[in-house]
Design a protein around this ligand. Sequence first.
Ligand code: PMP
Length: 389
Amino acid sequence: MRSVIAQLEASKIREIANADMGRKDVLAFWFGESDEVTPEVIRRAAIESLESGETFYSQNCGLPELREALGQYMTESHPAASVDAGRIVVTSGGVSALMLAVQALVDAGDEVVIVTPVWPNLVAQPTIMGAQVRCVPLRPHAGAWGLDMPALLGAITARTKLLILNAPNNPTGWTLTREEQQQILAHCRSTGTWILADEVYEKLYYEPTAQGCAPSFLDVAAPDDRLVVAHSFSKSFLMTGWRLGWLVLPEALVDAMGKLIEFNTSCASVFTQRAALAALAYRKEITPRVVSHFKHCRDTLVPLLAELPGVQVAPARGGMYAFFRMEGLDDSMEVAKRLVAEAGLGLAPGDAFGPEGRGWLRWCFASKDVGRLAEGVRRLREWLARQHG
Ligand code: PMP
């Protein structure tokens, strides 16, 4: 086996969850998904596809009608970009979209810069390709995380092949501003660096905006810029288990990506693509409801957490996580394990997302029943009282 594979660190979130996933008395908020099932119209479309016998391979880059619908969807959110269907490829999940992008762009030994804390897959993927990964940490101020722009721009040189950014960010909720995106893009143009923007949470954005989504690199880039944007049906359509995502690429990369898809998964399954078409057809009913519910979840959880003694937390501008720290409790792994065992509360340890996340915990607030969030906080409050008392 290649040594980088042998040395890959297993997910610390899984380490906490695997030990206790079967326990009925644990309130689990450790994974990044809602506990609400996919809307009926989407499930129905998949069932109808299967019943009509759509059990065959499809085009490498996805059904033409889905690429067309995604082009319209992306253009609706990013009118300045006007995303042509020919720049879209459909993938088997956001994870696969990101891995394909990294496979297409990164050679062994290449330098890749990543802004952390971040969902661990984004660091693992270039590592698997044999890249030299260099992390630039966000900095916390009163519970909210921000970008150290001089540090980031200083880290990106002519030797940097790829910059990977995830905003709105898992786990911190940090979101890039339009001005920051412009500055980063201008700098990467000057160094010849590709940008891989993981924008899977773009619709889960809680600030008022005209297009109903977070600022995107698509809004500021030209169609032939060295920019790849990764997306997913998982979050805004409640479709985590379906494994469907897409990439927006410069047109010159699309044929090569079709080849790579052939050798990775060949294509996404047709019935999930039919489900995706239904998701897009009903987007105006589904996504605003999901987003307003998640906002309600955030606005329920964060003030309750902030009231606890010694807790530092800020409301996330986007995403579906509260990222918080508790004074004097700096070993996140140990705290997360003890919370499961002693309080029946399942959270993800912050150091799963990079060393700067140590001392922090991630709580996924996408809960169908907000009462579960309040019950979780009650358990945490009682556990904290036992530590101090
Ligand atoms: N990017 C980020 C930042 C994520 O948090 C996730 C899911 N946890 C994904 C991409 C991928 O999602 P999926 O593979 O379910 O489409």
